[in-house]
Design a protein. Structure first.
Ligand code: H2U
Ligand code: ZN
Length: 352
């Protein structure tokens, strides 16, 4: 079997989780890595901001006052995109105008009472409390008969459309399985039917043998730059044990998840010495009452930055009309992430 020279030959890689292809052209990017280190040494964010709608004790846009929370805090989004009480209506005019109503619940989760602490700057014990809240929300929302998928995510940084620097994430829980997890459900099901093992379990085994795309790991989780990564520093966080639900996690796994999140987000911030923007989120099994032995718990990080703290990758032109495409190979990105320290640059700066 002839092998592809990833750095020389433009090629396509298959995203086995979605079934879609990504075009890779490393040659476009053969010049040496010029990732600038833009030192923003001590970003001066206040611990508490009286104008922030997420800080403890403050009033939100809808007029409700936040409690004086001391760890984490979740509330129903004051501007929810989905509502639980919607009559069920299906529309189909001549197979041309097709629509249906959608029920759902939107939640906002504050990770910390501190306005200035992002995930990599929090203690692992505190991140563990965020994990516990995700587990509780997944359980509570997923137990409702009309909720078949619980999408937990975080938009971090203005570049990703995040509305407020206070560390927070969102949950959209809904009737239909959304498009991205729906593709993954199809792909994971095919694989499981054919091989009797989970797609991501086998993929992880292969990555652990090859080592090229591994970024970091602990007792229960591994982070890789997936072979088919689209975003420059995209990563996939996978559980070593095949399980599907947040509620399947053991106590040790929950603590390990907190630990690995701290590790990967710290490495991200250390790439350009800035608070690294991304959209990240979990793909747990659907909450539709099915067993889902095919589903393998994982999390995606999609950061938009490419060459410096300000140079963003845009999904435009050929990518909007033709195909997703990347320049730096997954292997190069993994190598760069591997080299980055587990100590946050702000801490490093303070110690000098
Ligand atoms: P993002 O920063 O990821 O946009 O999340 C903030 C969410 O918080 C957003 O969905 C909600 C917005 O609707 N929000 C409230 O629920 N109450 C407020 O007082 C302001 C913002
Ligand atoms: Zn705040």
């Amino acid at each position: 079997m002839m092998s592809i020279n990833f750095n020389e030959q433009p090629h396509r890689r298959r995203n086995i989780l979605t079934g879609e292809w990504v075009q890779v052209s490393a040659k476009r990017n053969q010049r040496p890595w010029q990732g600038q280190q833009e030192d923003i040494a001590f970003p001066d964010k206040p611990k508490y901001d009286e104008t922030c709608y997420l800080c403890p004790g403050n009033e939100r846009a809808g007029g409700v006052k936040n409690p004086e929370y001391s760890t984490t805090f979740a509330f129903t989004n004051d501007f929810s995109a989905l509502l639980p009480e919607t009559d069920s209506v299906e529309m189909n005019e001549k197979d041309l105008l097709v629509a249906s109503t959608e029920k759902g619940i939107c939640r906002v989760i504050c990770f910390s009472p501190r306005h200035d602490k992002t995930l990599p700057e929090m203690e692992v014990d505190h991140i563990r409390k965020v994990v516990d809240l995700w587990v509780d929300e997944y359980h509570e929302l997923g137990s409702k008969p009309f909720i078949n998928y619980v999408q937990i995510f975080e938009n971090k940084g203005e570049m990703m459309g995040c509305s407020n620097p206070h560390p927070h994430g969102q949950i959209w829980a809904q009737e239909t399985i959304p498009e991205e997890p729906a593709k993954e459900l199809r792909q994971q099901s095919y694989y499981y039917q054919k091989h009797g093992t989970t797609l991501l379990g086998d993929y992880l085994e292969l990555e652990l043998e090859e080592k090229d795309r591994i970024v970091t790991q602990n007792d229960h989780f591994v982070v890789v730059v997936p072979f088919w990564a689209f975003w420059p520093f995209e990563t996939l966080l996978v559980s070593r044990r095949p399980f599907g639900r947040f509620t399947d996690m053991t106590d040790d796994e929950k603590s390990s998840l907190a630990d690995i999140i701290k590790k990967i987000t710290t490495k991200y911030d250390n790439i350009f010495n800035i608070s690294f923007p991304y959209s990240a989120g979990f793909h747990p099994a659907p909450t539709d009452g099915e067993e889902h032995p095919e589903w393998h718990f994982h999390m995606h990080f999609y950061p938009p930055l490419l060459r410096s703290a300000t140079v963003k990758k845009f999904r435009v032109g050929y990518e909007m009309l033709g195909n997703s495409q990347r320049d730096i190979t997954a292997e190069t990105a993994a190598e760069l992430l591997r080299q980055k320290s587990y100590t946050h640059y702000i801490e490093t700066n303070h110690n000098h």
